[in-house]
Design a protein around this ligand. Structure first.
Ligand code: NAD
Length: 267
């Protein structure tokens, strides 16, 4: 059971099939929310939804490519219909393609912009349209975008990724401004996760060695830990608990922030 109560809330989380998103979906469910997972990975997403649902929560899966506006319309409609509303949207789906700047492939940068920036913007758009007073759900709510510690520090070989995560940070604040001024009753915040050993996090450490920046993935991870005052990598639960907090009424007067969840690495 969570210290924050989300009983009766309905959540849609992108990229929830695995990694941080799966942990966030589970934590939202443990706090009492019904959770719809949206992801490209159908089998993995359904399995994650079933696993979380087997503990008693209401869960579902919807195929969602966050870069596709039609997918967003269907995913939000399915969530409102199947869960009976929408109160929380977590824009967690993201990709990272490492490269030294001198070798960067424009197509990789375009792809990261599409998924990380456009995908988040569309999630904010469709979340707001559904949750604002005249929307299909209509009760206000919370949107949490997933930025990165990469938006707050410089790290080699992730120029494109860092740029997209800085964009997520800025667009979060614009969304909070519009939502507040227009009386939508929707809070919009983002988190900056530190390095976590998911598929993406482990891939990043391997890339650092492959690109000759560190002698091994382990050495790269060791240096990240060295830069982290709390002296360890992040864990999935660290990020998931922050999302539950920002979704909950405990954060009722918090909007437009970026919350570092990085053990102090980005201070
Ligand atoms: N792992 C880390 O160290 C770390 C650190 C900071 C920020 N983040 C951010 O956290 C988020 C989750 O990262 P993760 O480590 O769990 O990554 P991951 O690669 O393990 O999982 C990402 C999930 O997003 C989904 N996804 C990718 N593109 C999609 C699309 N177009 N539409 C829908 N779903 C899509 C994938 O299928 C996958 O399920 C990302 O936004 C990432 O940038 C991760």
């Amino acid at each position: 059971m969570s210290v924050f109560d989300l009983s009766g809330r309905k959540a849609l989380i992108t990229g929830g099939a695995r990694g941080l998103g799966a942990g966030m979906a589970e934590a939202l469910a443990n706090a009492g929310a019904a959770v719809m997972i949206g992801d490209l990975l159908e089998a993995e997403g359904k399995a994650t939804a079933d696993r979380i649902g087997s503990a008693g929560a209401t869960t579902g899966f919807v195929k969602l490519d966050v870069t596709n506006e039609g997918d967003w319309e269907s995913a939000v409609a399915a969530t409102v219909q199947e869960l009976g509303g929408l109160d929380i949207v977590v824009n967690n789906a993201g990709i990272e393609i490492s490269s030294l700047l001198v070798d960067i492939d424009p197509n990789d940068v375009r792809r990261m912009c599409e998924v990380n920036i456009l995908g988040t913007i569309l999630g904010v758009k469709h979340g707001m349209r559904a949750m604002r007073p005249e929307g299909a759900a209509g009760k206000g709510g919370a949107i949490i975008n997933v930025s990165s510690v990469a938006a707050t520090i410089a790290f080699p070989a992730i120029a494109g990724y860092s740029a997209t995560k800085s964009a997520v940070d800025r667009l979060t604040r614009v969304a909070a401004q519009e939502s507040g001024k227009l009386g939508y009753g929707i809070r919009v915040n983002c988190i900056y996760p530190g390095l976590v050993a998911t598929d993406m996090g482990l891939g990043l450490a391997s890339d650092m060695a492959r690109l000759g920046l560190w002698p091994s993935p382990e050495a790269a991870v060791g240096d990240v830990i060295g830069l982290t005052p709390l002296g360890r990598l992040g864990e999935i639960g660290d990020m998931a608990d922050a999302v539950v907090f920002l979704s909950s009424d405990a954060a009722r007067f918090i909007t437009g922030i970026g919350l570092p969840v990085d053990g102090g690495m980005g201070m």
